[in-house]
Ligand binder design. Structure first.
Ligand code: CA
Length: 647
């Protein structure tokens, strides 16, 4: 009431002073948003419990309808409360009660064109989106040339963010593909690795006051995927559109649409601790299901030969071995990776799918996405980029009983490429195929928008354990960053859980794994992906204790509830997840030193639980006990872990 009165007064009296304000807050009043216009420029500020989390940050965009970067007046504002309950079937939570205060600010520019900005504030997030309405003057289509949307972090904040890679760089010109390393607590004005800014999501430690995660959602081909520029010297990161060279220079670097035209939603998740970030549903809250289907798309676990046995294993015999492994491990799926079309062929693939059926295992197949936007030689290629060919291929896949696709090597974030993701998802839904994207953009709300969307890479994933020892060395720490960044906003196909000492088919070759076995078990829970592709190989089953496999045979891949327990990016992470009545609590230690951490686990109090924890060296140990009270002391080895679960 006080804020309302204040904003009313400011609104009335400030028109003549060239300063106009609109103030809104979260239902619990902890988050406060202040939108203002100063000398024709629109800004917003964000406060959490009276602490400033975002300083005066610019708003506006340049469009063919009008220039909304300057000469603005705040001419109106409507407030609304939004309450919606919705279900998710392939996510970190299954049921969401969304409660938000909405404030719609109406601006006009010097030419009297109108721009709306819709802000929604929950107790953990601010999401906002621009809308250019139809008017008497403007009725047709619209180009958005750029956004000047910015995020001004307090200067002493530090960042965990991943740089944008140059277009057509990297292996066979497959970048940018969201496969860069996260920075670790870099000062906000640090120049990015390639001078091209950063990709979403971006995590900030806001001085000693709390945490803030910035990301984007709600793109189905209606908008390019955007990112952040390098910060200016005063700490402002600005939204950037794709670079001209992305997608091999095909497509536009602007956004195009029909009026009324709405942009993507930018999401800001914040709080004193990392809890809101791990538990946020901002990326699904503001989107809607786009595709109706009666088909069922099952989440699940998969065996995957390529990750350790590499390209040579994509042959009939080895894949049969991995179908047997999937069956032994009670996996729903086997993923058969690149080059199957050459090394197995379509006819033998149909036989292999039939064999898998007899073992109760469904087949997922790899495809190259291109097109001309990379030079990756892996086949099958040129099957997914045009509609007729894609639908013919999908019809064949459906006929032989394939259940899903992993499609790799996309070419950037232009609107044209975002439309390709949408087209693949909608066609695949019709043919009963679930979808996993690799070499790819960040998924933006797709868990709710598409019934067959399972997961995406968009992360420096487990293949890098196989490619470089240095990544193995850093992996324990890297793994503790993902739950607070990439995996906080969407399903993440990291491809976890390795038990080989060296990551190669030959026991005396390959990079050395630095994590303990218990750490590896914990990643099955710490990392969320609706389909998990295990890094297991057949010999693991005879070499390692059976309780590890009993656990993996039962661990879910989608969850009813997800809770942050404790952690610090780069150092350690403890997460609890529930499926039906069973809780799993998983901890990983990102540092090369032992740790004792006492955590509060009320969900396990009085329950009989099983524990996989660190034993001698990399080995694990297994115990069962009844947890008498909710306090539990985790004893983690260097690069170690623990999983507590209800059998
Ligand atoms: Ca990749």
């Amino acid at each position: 009431m006080r804020y309302f009165f204040l904003s009313f007064l400011l609104f009335i009296f400030s028109n003549s002073l060239h300063a106009q304000k609109n103030i809104a807050s979260s239902p619990d009043k902890n988050i406060k948003l202040e939108v203002s216009v100063l000398n024709g420029n629109a800004f917003y500020q964000v406060f959490y419990k009276e602490n400033k989390f975002l300083d005066q940050s610019p708003l506006g965009l340049l469009s063919s309808v009008g220039d909304f970067t300057k000469g603005l007046k705040l001419v109106g504002n409507t407030k609304n409360t939004i309450q919606e309950s919705y279900k998710l079937e392939r996510s970190k939570v299954s049921s969401v009660n969304y409660k938000a205060n909405e404030t719609k600010c109406v601006f006009t520019n010097a030419a009297n064109d109108t721009l709306h900005i819709i802000f929604r504030i929950t107790n953990t997030d601010i999401t906002f989106s621009y809308l250019i309405p139809k008017s008497k003057k403007n009725t047709g289509n619209c180009i958005i040339e750029k956004e000047i949307t910015g995020f001004k972090l307090p200067l002493k904040s530090t960042a965990f963010i991943t740089p944008q890679a140059p277009p057509l760089s990297g292996w066979e010109k497959t970048k940018p593909s969201y496969e860069e390393e996260y920075t670790r607590e870099t000062p906000v004005a640090t120049k990015s690795q390639y001078g091209l800014g950063y990709t979403f999501p971006a995590l900030f430690h806001v001085e000693d006051k709390g945490w803030l995660l910035i990301s984007e959602t709600g793109i189905s081909g209606n908008y390019p995927g955007t990112r952040l520029s390098d910060a200016s010297s005063d700490g402002i990161y600005t939204v950037a559109f794709p670079q001209e060279g992305e997608n091999n220079h095909n497509g536009s670097v602007t956004a195009s649409g029909i009026l009324p035209m709405q942009t993507s939603w930018k999401t800001i998740t914040l709080g004193t601790t990392l809890k809101p970030i791990v538990e946020s549903t901002a990326s699904t809250d503001v989107v809607k299901p786009l595709v109706k289907t009666s088909k069922i798309f099952n989440p699940g676990r998969a065996s995957w030969s390529w990750i350790v046995w590499q390209d040579e294993s994509c042959n009939y015999k080895d894949q049969k071995t991995f179908i047997d492994l999937a069956s032994d491990m009670k996996c729903e799926y086997i993923l058969i990776d690149a080059l199957w079309d050459v090394n197995i062929g379509k006819e033998k693939m149909a036989e292999l799918v039939d064999y898998a059926k007899t073992k109760n295992v469904s087949v997922l197949l790899w495809y190259n996405s291109n097109g001309n936007w990379n030079t990756a030689p892996q086949t099958p290629k040129n099957k997914m980029n045009t509609q007729e060919t894609r639908r013919a291929e999908m019809q064949w896949l459906q006929q032989i009983g394939v259940k899903g696709l992993k499609i790799d090597f996309f070419g950037g974030d232009k609107q044209e490429t975002m439309k390709l993701y949408h087209d693949i998802l909608t066609d695949a839904a019709e043919f009963g195929l679930n979808i996993n994207f690799h070499g790819t953009t960040l998924p933006r709300g797709w868990e709710r928008m598409y019934p067959n969307y399972m997961t995406s890479e968009a992360v420096l994933a487990s293949e890098n354990l196989v490619f470089q020892q240095a990544f193995c060395d850093r992996y324990p720490s890297t793994a503790t960053i993902y739950p607070f960044t990439r995996n906080a906003v969407a399903s993440m196909d990291f491809g976890p859980v390795f038990l080989n000492k060296r990551l190669n088919r030959e026991p005396n070759k390959g990079n050395f794994r630095k994590t303990t076995d218990a750490f590896e078990m914990a990643t099955a829970v710490v990392f969320f992906s609706a389909v998990q592709h295990w890094g297991l190989t057949p010999e693991n089953l005879t070499e390692k204790p059976s309780y590890l496999f009993e656990y993996l045979k039962n661990v879910p891949t989608v969850w009813d509830e997800t809770l942050f327990i404790d952690g610090y990016p780069g150092k350690y992470c403890v997460i609890a997840r529930r499926k039906n009545t069973k809780w799993y609590v998983a901890a990983i230690n990102g540092e090369n030193k032992t740790k004792n951490i006492t955590v509060n686990l009320p969900m396990l109090k009085g329950k009989d639980i099983s524990i996989i924890s660190d034993g001698e060296g990399q080995e694990s140990k297994f115990s069962t006990r009844k947890l008498e009270n909710s306090s539990y002391n985790l004893e983690l080895s260097a690069n170690g872990g623990t999983v507590l679960f209800m059998p």
